[in-house]
Structure formats: structure tokens, C-alpha cells
Design a binder for this molecule. Structure first.
Ligand code: AMP
Ligand code: MG
Length: 402
């Protein structure tokens, strides 16, 4: 089987997961619990927005032609506050004092800011002319009643929450979260609350994966660790296949006791790839058993985290009903020169300094080795692409925030 490039492998995951992903069940959650969930229906405007001709400033609502020549003195009919209906209609030479968020009087087409006014009893002198439409937003110019304002499959962020709140969607239709089974393998792997012997390690992968799954909107289901033993591994894999997605960690290399590929094959898996030209994470199994996608992630903790982030995350998104699944790259300026053998795409733990597009990226000591201690200090992955061998200090390079 060919060794796929990073982009090809991502495309394969998209395509294959889409083939069998069913539309998830729909549930309703209160608006304040909808952050990060995936919208399960299109949302339409319940009325025009703005719903009335809305003042964007504190000032005087005018007929703009009345202030073509300034100063202009106008008769003040009264005041409209936010939260009140407009009780006025302007004739030439008249104005209404108005507050931000209040409806403009009939015939008004602009609001002169209070800063440019001088009030004397029943009249006001305005010192600024104004173009029609300024500071007074006509009803229905943002959106018309019935227009679609959000599309099903959108991941709900705080701007969408603002919009859902605006249109009165207090109970938000969202897709059920996908359940993701997590199965760690390895004779040396113990639960995190165990006291390991010198030759044993704790199962950190199950927990970093659970966190990554949760962050993508999935519900993790951590299975007991599978010993490197055929029957037990097969039994636990079968259990894991009852979830929407199964993630395995470890046991995918070429070692004598790396059983995952064999077990999956024995269960009739359709294998899409077993290796990708990336580091960390070169041995990486992606397959499907029945309709259930399965990833055999390499056991090295850094490889597990990176391969989840760049591949398995796509499956969590799509199985959760999301329309898209994008990695968020940004460009950063390299603090010092970097070179690699341009035969695969490398992801290296690094830190960003500064927050603009010219943020400096500094590689962490250990340069993205399997070192969890170093990686825990990183706040981004620097991405050295396959086709390029050298970067100088000051060059731009892609980074992904963690
Ligand atoms: P493997 O992919 O099974 O060959 O494992 C590669 C390396 O990752 C080995 O050093 C394992 O001990 C380590 N490893 C495997 N599974 C886990 C796990 N669940 N948590 C932490 N480290 C692991
Ligand atoms: Mg192993």
C-alpha cells in the first residue's frame, strides 16, 4: 500500500467518513449550553433586522435635507428613548431628540450626533450636515424576516450564540454528540492511578485522547487497556466498534506484538491506509469495520496527540454532523533557521511569541521528539512541509495553535 502524503491522507479520511456517516439524532439544548455544539437545523430570521429604523447614536433624528446648510435651527418635537415606540412624524424643519437603539420618527432619514448640537428650549441648532442613512439603520437592512441566518451543520461559537439569541432561539436544535471509544493497547500500559514498576508506564494516551475528543464535541468512552494478546484485543475492539468511532493507541508498528492491524483485518476491516508521510505518526492505520471508522494511532504519546489532531478529528467533526473540519493554520516568523529532510511533513512542538501575524515561532528543545514534558510547554505545532528543505530565520512558516 502506498505511503500517502499528509494532504492525501486527510482527503481520504474526509471521503471515507462521509461515505458512511449517518445524520446524527437531533436534541434541543438551552442557548447557554449550545457553545461548541453543531446546529441541527437551518435558522431563519423571525422578523426584520433591525426590526425598526434604529438609531445608532444619541442625537437628533432629522430629514437630512434640513441640515444641508449649517448651522440649521430645528423645532424639537420631543424625545424618544430606547425601548419606547416612536410617537412622532417629522415635517420639514422639525427634529426629535433620540437615543441609541430608539426608533426614528417617521420621515427621518439620519441622526445628527448630540455632540454637534446646541439646545435652546424647544429648538436645537445643529452644526453638522449629514448624508441620508447615516446613524439611522433602516428596518430590514441587515436581514429580512424569513431569511436563513445560520446553516445546519455550523459549529456554534459565541457569534452564532449572539445571533441565536437575537432571533429568539432559546432552545437550540443540535446534533447528538458522537460517542468515541478509546482503546489503549500494550502490556506495559497501566491505569494512571496505578503505581507502575520501573518497566511499566501509565496510560496517558487514553486521557489526552479523551480531552481531544471532548474538545471536538465528542463523548469519549475509555475502554480497559488491551494487553498485547489476540483474544483480549479482539474482544475489546468489538466492544469499541459499538461506538460511532473507535480510536486505538499503540500496536500499529512492525513489532512482533503489534496486533492491531491483524485484529482489525480479522474483523473484516476495509483498510484505507496504514502509513502516512508525516512525523510524528508515520505508522497510522485508518480503516472501517462495517460502517464504523477506526483509527489505529501510534502509541508514542506525541504521535497519538498529533495524529488525532490532524486526522481523527475530522471523523469526530463529521460524525457529529459538522459540515466541515478545518485545521487552523496561521503564519508565523521563524526565530531561527530550520532544515529537515523534505520527505515528509513534520509537526514540531513550538511556542509563539507575540500575537499578530508576525508572531515569532520558537522551536522547543527536543524539536518535537516523543518527549511529553517538552510538548506540554508548547502552544503550537510548527509545520515543516514535505516539499521544502530549509527555512531561514525570519521566514514565514505555518503553525497550528494547540
Ligand atoms: P507502540 O505504538 O505500541 O509501539 O508504542 C509506542 C510507544 O508508546 C511505547 O514506548 C509505548 O510504551 C508508548 N505507549 C503506548 N501506549 C501508550 C499509552 N496508552 N500511554 C502512554 N504511552 C504509551
Ligand atoms: Mg505497544
Amino acid at each position: 500500500m502506498s505511503l500517502l502524503r499528509f494532504e492525501e491522507a486527510r482527503a481520504t479520511v474526509f471521503e471515507r467518513v462521509r461515505e458512511t456517516a449517518r445524520r446524527p439524532a437531533v436534541e434541543h439544548v438551552p442557548l447557554d449550553s449550545s457553545l461548541g455544539r453543531v446546529l441541527a437545523q437551518d435558522i431563519h430570521a423571525d422578523r426584520n433586522y433591525p426590526p425598526f429604523n434604529r438609531s445608532a447614536r444619541d442625537g437628533f433624528a432629522v430629514i437630512s435635507s434640513d441640515v444641508a446648510n449649517v448651522p440649521a435651527t430645528l423645532e424639537v418635537l420631543g424625545e424618544t428613548r430606547a425601548g419606547e415606540p416612536s410617537r412622532f412624524s417629522l415635517q420639514a424643519g422639525q427634529t426629535v431628540e433620540i437615543m441609541t437603539g430608539a426608533p426614528g420618527p417617521e420621515n427621518s432619514d439620519a441622526v445628527v450626533m448630540v455632540e454637534y448640537s446646541e439646545r435652546t428650549g424647544e429648538s436645537v441648532t445643529l452644526h453638522r450636515s449629514i448624508a441620508p442613512g447615516r446613524n439611522l439603520i433602516p428596518a430590514g437592512t441587515e436581514v429580512q424576516q424569513g431569511d436563513r441566518v445560520l446553516v445546519s451543520g455550523t459549529r456554534i461559537g459565541y457569534p452564532a450564540i449572539a445571533l441565536l439569541g437575537t432571533v429568539g432561539c432559546a432552545d437550540v436544535p443540535v446534533f447528538r454528540r458522537p460517542e468515541v471509544a478509546i482503546l489503549s493497547t500494550g502490556d506495559e500500559v497501566l491505569p494512571v492511578d496505578a503505581q507502575p514498576e520501573s518497566y511499566q508506564i501509565r496510560n496517558s494516551n487514553a486521557h489526552s485522547l479523551a480531552a481531544q475528543v471532548r474538545r471536538r464535541g465528542g463523548v469519549p468512552r475509555i475502554l480497559p487497556v488491551a494487553k498485547d494478546q489476540l483474544d483480549e484485543t479482539r474482544r475489546l475492539v468489538e466492544d469499541g466498534l459499538r461506538s460511532d468511532l473507535l480510536l486505538l493507541s499503540g500496536g500499529v508498528s512492525m513489532g512482533k506484538h503489534d496486533l492491531v492491524e491483524g485484529v482489525l483485518g480479522g474483523l473484516g476491516a476495509e483498510i484505507f491506509f496504514t502509513r502516512v508521510r508525516i512525523q510524528p505518526g508515520k505508522p497510522l492505520v485508518f480503516c472501517r469495520v462495517g460502517d464504523t471508522p477506526v483509527f489505529g494511532l501510534p502509541g508514542n504519546p506525541l504521535s497519538t496527540m498529533v495524529t488525532f489532531e490532524v486526522f481523527a478529528s475530522i471523523a469526530v467533526d463529521l460524525l457529529g454532523g459538522a459540515r466541515s473540519s478545518n485545521l487552523r493554520f496561521q503564519k508565523a516568523t521563524l526565530a531561527s533557521a530550520y532544515r529537515h529532510k523534505p520527505v515528509l511533513t513534520r509537526f514540531l512542538g513550538a511556542r509563539l511569541h507575540g500575537e499578530y501575524s508576525n508572531a515569532l515561532v520558537r522551536l522547543h528543545k527536543g524539536e518535537g521528539s516523543g518527549d511529553v514534558t517538552a510538548f506540554a510547554q508548547a502552544d503550537c505545532l510548527m509545520v515543516a512541509t514535505e516539499g521544502r528543505a530549509k527555512w531561514s530565520a525570519g521566514d514565514l512558516i505555518d503553525v497550528m495553535r494547540l
